[in-house]
Design a protein around this ligand. Structure first.
Ligand code: DAT
Ligand code: MG
Length: 151
């Protein structure tokens, strides 16, 4: 099933100069970039984005971290894109993430784990709506599609 998901290069990924490498992985996988923006997340948006974690011990540090500098937000589309992105990211704690995943290849600590990706189709819809206006999401044909999929 072709679906969209929400991805983000977090402030540490931007600061460490990993934006290009991470976006390259998504492009090489064949995920279609439908939206992309470089922004600083306002506190209120960070609170809404991470509302499921409100009250947890890491909630306040998480908000400080995610608002500490600019991030790159993306809408990606592809076959089972939600699960594909989660698999590419690896486990939340980079120490538990498998080699070859973004978090394992570039990170060491849970609180500096470089990327975000929606954890379900429902989260994807919610997060895309939080971060993107309709006019910021592009509908277009990409020339590799007939080679990427059996159609
Ligand atoms: P994920 O980002 O893999 O979806 P999550 O939604 O459970 O993980 O948590 C959101 C972020 O919060 C995660 O990327 C890093 C931080 N976090 C999660 N669990 C944590 C913990 N036990 N200690 C510190 N930070 C944590
Ligand atoms: Mg999550």
């Amino acid at each position: 099933m072709i679906e969209k998901t929400f991805a983000m290069v977090k402030p540490d990924g931007v600061q460490r100069g990993l934006v290009g490498k991470i976006v390259q992985r998504f492009e090489e996988r064949g995920l279609k970039i439908c939206g992309m923006k470089f922004m600083r997340i306002p506190k209120e948006l960070a609170e809404r984005h991470y509302e499921e974690h409100k009250g947890k011990s890491f909630y306040e540090p998480l908000l400080s971290y995610i608002t500490s500098g600019p991030v790159v937000c993306m809408v990606l589309e592809g076959e089972n894109a939600v699960a594909a992105l989660r698999a590419m990211m690896g486990k939340t704690n980079p120490q538990d993430a498998l080699p070859g995943t973004i978090r394992a290849d570039f990170g060491q600590a849970t609180g500096r784990n470089i990327v975000h990706g929606s954890d379900s189709s429902e989260s994807a819809k919610r997060e895309i709506n939080l971060f993107f206006n309709d006019y910021e999401i592009q509908k277009y044909d990409k020339i590799d599609e007939s080679w990427l999929f059996e159609r």
